[in-house]
Write a protein that binds this ligand. Structure first.
Ligand SMILES: NC(=O)c1ccc[n+]([C@@H]2O[C@H](COP(=O)([O-])OP(=O)(O)OC[C@H]3O[C@@H](n4cnc5c(N)ncnc54)[C@H](OP(=O)(O)O)[C@@H]3O)[C@@H](O)[C@H]2O)c1
Length: 315
């Protein structure tokens, strides 16, 4: 992609959008367009139409979505499906109407069936019902992916649906009650270190295996796909190997420099034994991630320290 291209990042304040903003700046892109949500609510069709008519971006990266953990998904399922469907409909239609050369619509691992064979391959999508707790979100994501597929089929567009593994990195949500697993663990180990606690308790047996991708690697893979990918079907973007929950907790303990021990509470449920993506189609195209878990955790923890210090100053 040429650094003179006009690129619109929808959701530039989020985990994924901010990583893309950093990468495009580092690569010298000087026509990057963003709008804060307060200025452009992407669920508002008329406002989205006016914005696209005025800006006419050549490449559209849709990293805006209503995203949340299990609690938010089960408390607000109507908001999750409604807002995500509207964001996808409005942005995809306007990107098409104003002649965008390419669009990226991020999918999510929740698009895979709850009981998906492992590793999860793209052809497993829609072979079974999604997990019940986030079905509304998953169905909105599936509809967004189908929307891109159908526009490509009918209109010859190049709308791409990368499906990232669990992401982590600078800009993550470290909220104590509604964060993903890595920022949640970083925060808990950090607070245990400050209090001088002797142990941190982890739910379950520690055996379930999960895959994590550093968000800057996703940003690099996204630009790679915009340049290289021409098939009309979603593509997995994973790290290529997974870790057990206990191995992850040990790695977080090292990143934080916490000296206490890890205790497992085996009375708590484990969840699915494994969730791992087959990313062989992406690696066959020649892309590899470059940030390993230890390095990624170290960078995420640094970001947490800086952002929590800033918040303390502001607060
Ligand atoms: N994080 C992961 O582990 C992960 C894994 C797989 C796939 N993904 C996918 O990646 C995409 C981005 O996720 P993320 O983790 O970066 O989410 P995030 O950190 O929550 O960021 C979401 C972004 O969307 C914006 N937004 C939400 N509703 C909007 C609206 N109505 N109008 C305008 N902007 C709106 C938010 O703006 P505000 O800042 O104003 O709220 C924010 O900039 C999503 O499609 C998600 O499904 C994420």
């Amino acid at each position: 992609m040429n650094p003179d291209s006009k690129v619109y990042i929808a959701g530039h304040t989020g985990l994924v959008g901010s990583a893309l903003l950093r990468l495009l700046a580092a690569r010298g892109f000087h026509r990057v367009v963003t709008r804060p949500r307060a200025e452009l609510d992407l669920t508002d069709a008329a406002a989205v139409g006016r914005f696209f008519q005025a800006e006419r971006p050549e490449v559209v990266i849709l990293a805006a979505a209503r995203v949340g953990g299990i609690r938010a998904n089960s408390t607000y399922p109507a908001d999750f499906i409604r807002e995500n469907l509207l964001i996808s409909l409005n942005v995809v239609q306007q990107a098409f109407a104003t002649g965008a050369r390419s669009l990226v619509h991020f999918g999510s691992g929740c698009m895979y069936p709850k009981l998906c064979p492992q590793p999860m391959k793209e052809e497993h999508i829609l072979t079974g019902p999604p997990e019940e707790t986030n079905a509304a979100y998953a169905l909105a994501k599936l509809a967004g992916a189908q929307l891109c597929h159908s526009y490509n089929q009918q209109h010859g567009t190049r709308f791409i649906v990368p499906i990232p593994a669990n992401l982590y990195g600078p800009g993550d949500n470290f909220h104590p009650e509604d964060s993903h697993v890595i920022p949640g663990l970083l925060r808990r180990f950090h607070e245990a270190k400050l209090r001088g606690d002797g142990e941190v308790v982890i739910w379950g047996s520690g055996k379930p295996r999960r895959e994590f991708l550093f968000v800057d690697d996703l940003a690099a893979a996204t630009l790679f796909l915009v340049e290289q990918y021409s098939e009309n079907r979603p593509i997995n973007v994973g790290y290529g190997s997974d870790v057990s929950v206990l191995e992850l907790a040990e790695a977080v303990r090292r990143a934080v420099g916490y000296a206490g021990s890890i205790q497992l509470d085996v009375t708590k449920p484990d969840g699915m034994p494994r969730k791992f993506m087959d990313s062989s189609r992406l690696t066959a195209l020649g892309w590899r991630p470059s940030v390993g878990l230890e390095e990624g955790l170290r960078r995420t923890y640094q970001d947490y320290l800086v952002s929590s210090a800033v918040q303390r100053k502001v607060g």
